[in-house]
Design a protein around this ligand. Structure first.
Ligand code: NAP
Length: 284
């Protein structure tokens, strides 16, 4: 299937394979300390964000949960109005996966995650198969509503297709104009697996690139907004991280302009396999 059309606001959602929906825009909270996690999560929710992306690895599920609970109390919002993702850190087998997921929920003070991901494909085919079975069972038990993967390369996705198992609703990979992973994107889109873009801002490492500067001037936007609009128009779920309330708000100010097809193509041409964090899509 071709990539979905971009949503029109922070509340806009994309349909997933399992029939559920996911807000296309969210806040990532990687490498935030406790205080920043609490204030960024609460500030983002107050600014209208509907989706927060955390992980066991980030050691801040507790502060995300606390900010969510406080936001619901002060605003009258309900838990089900907000979409929370977390991820399994250790690939240590079926029982440990369920234990770790329950421990994450306990830290966050939540009954369920909206989306729970295997954080990486590391561990080999047998481990991946076992962990995926654990996630399928976790969903059946109501511990999470939807299940997906992260950092899966094309061969890991193909392995799931070949095994005939339930497919992940998303594959969260590093995606921005300087890292486009065309093989993974093509295979996921073929099987209706949504792409979720981590480091959608390329971690602020390319804001001075001449094409980005040119586009920012042409559309009268910040470089960050050009990156995010590019991801949105490609149909990716985007989860930019910021600890600054000003940037949390400006990053979400991307629904009132459109980058032309010609300019999207020029941005696509910037792909140079630019690694901003880890790169495990090729592991055995
Ligand atoms: N699944 C995975 O393996 C994986 C890996 C990495 C990340 N993630 C997820 O994806 C999320 C996003 O990725 P990321 O945090 O690596 O990188 P990112 O969102 O691409 O970039 C974050 C960086 O950009 C800066 N920034 C944000 N908005 C800005 C703006 N408007 N102008 C200038 N600078 C700006 C932030 O600084 P300030 O905070 O100071 O604003 C921070 O240094 C993470 O938080 C996490 O939830 C997942």
């Amino acid at each position: 299937m071709p990539a979905p059309s971009p949503v029109k606001s922070l509340v806009g959602t994309l349909k997933m394979l399992d029939g559920r929906t996911i807000p296309q825009f969210g806040l990532g909270v990687y490498e935030m300390n406790d205080a920043d996690t609490y204030s960024a999560t609460k500030g983002a929710l107050e600014a209208g964000y509907k989706h927060i992306d955390t992980a066991e690895w980030y050691e801040n599920e507790g502060q995300v949960g606390r900010a969510l609970t406080d936001f619901c109390k002060s605003s009258g919002a309900k838990r089900e109005d907000i979409y929370i993702t977390s991820k399994l850190m250790h690939n240590r087998g079926y029982d440990a996966a369920l234990r770790d997921l329950k421990a994450s929920l306990g830290r966050a003070g939540l009954d369920y995650f909206d989306l729970y991901l295997l954080h990486s494909p590391i561990g080999g085919p047998d481990s991946r198969k076992e962990l995926w079975r654990a996630l399928v069972d976790a969903k059946k038990a109501g511990l999470c509503k939807s299940i997906g993967v992260s950092n899966y390369g094309a061969k890991h996705i193909q392995e799931m297709v070949d095994a005939g198992v339930e497919l992940p609703v998303v594959n969260q990979i590093d995606l921005h104009p300087f890292m486009r992973h065309p093989d993974i994107v093509e295979l996921c889109e073929k099987h209706d697996i949504l792409l979720e873009a981590w480091a959608p801002l390329a971690r602020a490492t390319k804001f001075d690139n001449s094409v980005i500067v040119k586009m920012a001037a042409k559309y009268n936007r910040e470089p960050a907004q050009i990156f995010l609009r590019w991801g949105l128009q490609h149909g990716y779920v985007i989860i930019p991280k910021s600890v600054s309330q000003k940037r949390i708000e400006s990053n979400a100010n991307i629904f009132d302009f459109e980058i032309s097809d010609e300019d999207i193509k020029e941005l696509d041409g910037l792909d140079e396999y630019h690694i901003t964090d880890w790169d495990v899509v090729g592991v055995e």
